[in-house]
Design a protein around this ligand. Structure first.
Ligand SMILES: Nc1ncnc2c1ncn2[C@@H]1O[C@H](COP(=O)(O)OP(=O)(O)O)[C@@H](O)[C@H]1O
Ligand SMILES: N[C@@H](CCOP(=O)(O)O)C(=O)O
Length: 322
């Protein structure tokens, strides 16, 4: 790749926490953003897709700012950029749009200057920006990740998603900024609640590693963040209680919400019933929502090699199926 040629990356969305693994567990999902980055004479943005409306088209854009951090870290100056982006990841719904933007920008900028920074460095930079490693780890490495952040460095283990694991994601048609959903959390939790979550988060990671889908119903429960966020998402407490009786293996708030993610066995015959239950329960609370069947994806951010073969928009037309 050369500076004038530019680079393209494709980065997955993610769901964080998986219930008990607050700021720890994350899983990459089959919903994507694409970024093209080229050195340019002046900085210009081409933002495509419904999800990009309202984002800045100048040097205050997150993608530009993150790219400059990479160039600075690598000791190379690329002050002006032409950036194209298309995203199918809804903003502020709990599907890691900010993490995917950060990871996509880090990966594209690093590739543009010949990939001087290793993935471990990109992970530390991404976590430092996002402040928790769960979403960024999943978007960077793909699959399921369990991660630890000490304020400077992030360590992680990647888990291959079980072959039969699918998801249903119900996305309410309202925004909830992660910052607002974090403000709802208490500064301290009880020892009993800490034990409740540590035990379930550990069980969740082990069960997913071993493909023990039968343990998810017990493992996916949480007492550290969901009870405090429930007032922000009408219908959430009812859905978390009842969805396993409608065919979910387990269910949790996706990241900081307001989306909720049900883990399902792909052979589960009641998936349609579950989807209808999720949407109807939200509707009874006066909330319009959409329900998507998304798959865990094994691959994290990818560098695409077709930049000379077709335009950015032709590539998007070929890639987006929904
Ligand atoms: N492609 C992007 N370019 C610039 N900023 C983005 C992009 N994607 C997300 N963001 C920023 O991230 C914010 C959403 O992040 P957040 O509140 O953490 O929700 P989530 O990550 O769950 O979608 C957006 O409001 C926007 O400021
Ligand atoms: N662990 C974080 C995850 C936030 O994820 P997002 O997709 O909502 O940004 C939290 O729960 O606050």
């Amino acid at each position: 790749m050369s500076l004038s040629q530019g680079v393209r990356v494709k980065v997955p969305a993610s769901t964080a926490n998986l219930g008990p693994g607050f700021d720890t567990l994350g899983m990459a999902l089959s919903l994507y953003s694409w970024i093209e980055m080229k050195a340019s004479e002046r900085t210009v943005f081409h933002l495509h897709g419904d999800e990009m409306g309202g984002l800045p088209k100048d040097k205050s854009n997150l993608i530009y700012k993150v790219a400059q951090m990479v160039f600075e870290e690598a000791g190379q100056a690329v002050p002006e950029l032409e950036i194209s982006m298309y995203s199918e990841i809804p903003l502020t719904r709990g599907l890691g749009s900010s993490a995917s933007a950060i990871v996509g920008a880090l990966a594209a900028a690093n590739a543009l200057i010949g990939s001087p920074l290793p993935d471990s460095k990109l992970f530390d930079m991404a976590t430092n920006l996002e402040k928790h490693p769960d979403n960024v780890g999943a978007s960077l490495f793909g699959g399921i990740i369990t991660a630890v952040w000490d304020g400077t460095h992030a360590d992680y283990m990647r888990i291959e998603p079980p072959a039969n694991l699918g998801t249903l994601v119900v996305i309410p048609h309202f925004e909830l900024a992660t910052s607002k959903a974090r403000e709802a959390l208490p500064a301290q939790v009880s020892l009993a609640d800490a034990v409740y979550n540590i035990s379930r988060s550990s069980l969740m990671a082990a069960a997913l590693s071993a493909g023990r889908l039968d343990l998810i119903r017990t493992a996916m429960k949480d007492r550290v963040h969901q009870p405090y966020r429930a007032p922000l998402v009408p219908g959430m407490s009812k859905i978390l209680d009842e969805a396993p009786d409608h065919g979910a293996l387990g269910i949790a708030l996706s990241g900081a919400g307001p989306a909720m993610i049900a883990l399902v066995d792909r052979d589960e015959p009641r998936v349609q019933e579950l989807s209808a239950y999720l949407v109807e329960t939200m509707k009874a609370e006066g909330i319009v929502s959409s329900c998507y069947s998304l798959n865990p994806v094994a691959e994290g951010v990818q560098l695409l090699d077709d930049i000379n073969n077709r335009s950015f928009l032709d590539m998007i037309r070929g890639e987006v199926t929904a």
